[in-house]
Write a protein that binds this ligand. Structure first.
Ligand code: ADP
Length: 480
């Protein structure tokens, strides 16, 4: 499988469809499981970013005015090629990101879901007609916003890109992509497939190099009309600020500190199983991973014991080992953060029920860990982004909700109860863009994904995803 991934690895960026090789001063990309260098990408800067922007600008008029059914056909062809290359793309992603190969293939399928969904959406970008009180007829059109800058993170190297490119291309936008330097190869491989599927030259560039430099050029450019960013809140805030002088449309998918709430009437086996599914996706490195678990005091011990027993069985290892469910973290500082969070919850009285230290495999591997008790404050404000589940007992629904909402973040949340009244009562009062009731999995191409508060704004996926890439134009017709 590893070889199928290496076959798709291209050590170049793509400027308007042309390859720019890494050369001698390339940036090294490593396999997080071993620290071994798997390849290099070019360190591009101001000049190349400007050329990519110009190309996106030049390609925009034709592409945005093209028949939406043709764009849908292109998206379907791209999706077909991705399906055909699921194994290779999954392996490439597993190599650069470290996630288990099976999970990586799952991400390719999930990522492709956005392209398939938005192929359909391209065909139904609708307008309205309305009679005006002035005696006119008003027509509305949804038109592509313009060339887009898309900046994506390393935790979902494929899906975070397709959930932006799918609607962008469906709407008729062109794009300049800046993938994360830890995981650029999946993005480059996907872009090559897009060109194979018939994307016009210039409609897509993938520029690699120093993030702040490239981000600076993209945000400053008046030719870029829209920025979509997925990443950390501090960087998102900075990019929004940089986008203000040119008044770009902006969507931001930022950090979270998701609460997971388990009530006394919950199916505890289900809650345990779903906590694990939600938490250990990408080894705990997703912005929707439960960051803190609140359990009613009457069942806290029982839930935490069951959870620890299951977590202790989770196979940890490198991506291509059979049966592995949790891989290494992306970089050394990610391990240091998990250690820091663990030591702080322990210092406040939290007891380790399983795990509790680096994994015997060494490097960037950490043991899946469960703690019970201690102070939850840290976890309201900081994402652990690793395989640690801190469990905190609560006494009343109100207390639980207050703690859940006492965070600057508001992305995902989870709730386990058999009481439909309670599910809706809390679902309506929780300050988050998404809530999973009796499930730890809330992401699919057909569900609106996004946050409130400092988790950002805008929605990706679903029928709403296209709105981020279109402007409404009204045409008022004076009819005789
Ligand atoms: P993470 O903690 O997930 O790495 P970041 O917000 O640092 O989150 O990174 C998300 C994406 O933003 C990556 O592609 C990264 O290279 C890019 N990035 C980081 N800093 C900047 C910046 N100053 N300007 C533009 N992009 C940036």
């Amino acid at each position: 499988a590893r070889d199928a991934g290496l076959k798709l690895l291209r050590q170049h960026a793509l400027l308007a469809g042309e390859a720019i090789p890494a050369g001698a001063n390339g940036i090294a990309v490593d396999d997080p499981a071993t620290g071994e260098i798997i390849g290099h990408i070019p360190d591009l800067g101001v000049a190349e970013t400007e050329r990519a922007i110009q190309a996106a600008h030049d390609a925009f008029p034709d592409w945005s005015r093209s028949d939406p059914h043709k764009r849908a056909a292109f998206l379907r062809e791209w999706a077909r090629l991705i399906d055909e290359n699921t194994e290779g793309l999954g392996a490439l992603m597993a190599l650069e990101n470290g996630k288990p190969f099976e999970e990586a293939k799952g991400e390719v399928t999930y990522a492709n879901g956005f392209i398939k969904w938005f192929a359909g959406e391209a065909e139904r970008i609708l307008g309205e007609t309305h009679d005006s009180p002035l005696g006119h007829v008003i027509l509305t059109f949804r038109e592509a916003v313009g060339p887009c800058a898309l900046i994506t993170p390393w935790n979902f190297p494929a899906a975070m890109l397709t959930r932006k490119l799918g609607p962008a291309f469906a709407a008729g936008c062109t794009a300049v992509v800046k993938p994360a330097s830890q995981t650029p190869f999946t993005a480059i491989a996907l872009a090559e497939l897009a060109y194979q599927a018939g994307l016009p030259k210039g409609a897509l560039s993938v520029i690699t190099g120093d993030a702040a430099t490239i981000g600076g050029v993209l945000t400053a450019s008046p030719l870029i009309r829209k920025l979509s960013f997925t990443g950390s809140t501090p960087v998102g805030r900075k990019l929004a600020e940089q986008s203000a002088p040119t008044l770009k449309r902006v969507s931001m998918e930022l950090g979270g500190a998701a609460p997971l709430m388990v009530f006394e009437d919950a199916d505890l086996d289900l809650a345990v199983a779903e906590t694990i599914k939600g938490k250990f996706r990408n080894s705990g490195q997703t912005c929707v991973c439960p960051n803190r678990v609140y359990v009613h005091a009457s069942v806290a011990e029982k839930y935490a014991t069951k959870l620890a027993a299951e977590v202790a069985k989770i196979p940890v290892g490198p991506a291509f080992e059979d049966g592995v469910k949790v891989g290494p973290l992306i970089e050394d500082k990610a391990i240091a953060k998990v250690e820091d969070h663990l030591s702080r919850v322990q210092a406040s009285g939290g007891k380790v029920l399983t795990g509790g230290s680096r994994h015997a495999l060494g490097g960037r591997f950490f043991q899946p860990t469960v703690t019970l008790g201690g102070d939850d404050t840290l976890f309201r404000h900081e994402e652990t982004f690793g395989p640690l589940i801190p469990v905190f007992p609560f006494e009343t629904e109100e207390e639980c909700l207050t703690k859940a909402n006492d965070s600057e973040f508001g992305l995902a949340s989870y709730l386990f109860t058999r009481d439909l009244d309670r599910a809706l009562r809390i679902g309506r009062r929780i300050e988050a863009g998404m809530i999973g009731v009796n499930t730890g999995l809330i992401s699919t191409a057909v569900a609106p994904f996004g946050g409130v508060k400092q988790s950002g704004y805008g929605r990706e996926g679903s029928t709403h995803g296209i709105e981020e890439y279109v402007d409404i134009k009204q045409v008022t017709l004076a009819l005789k």
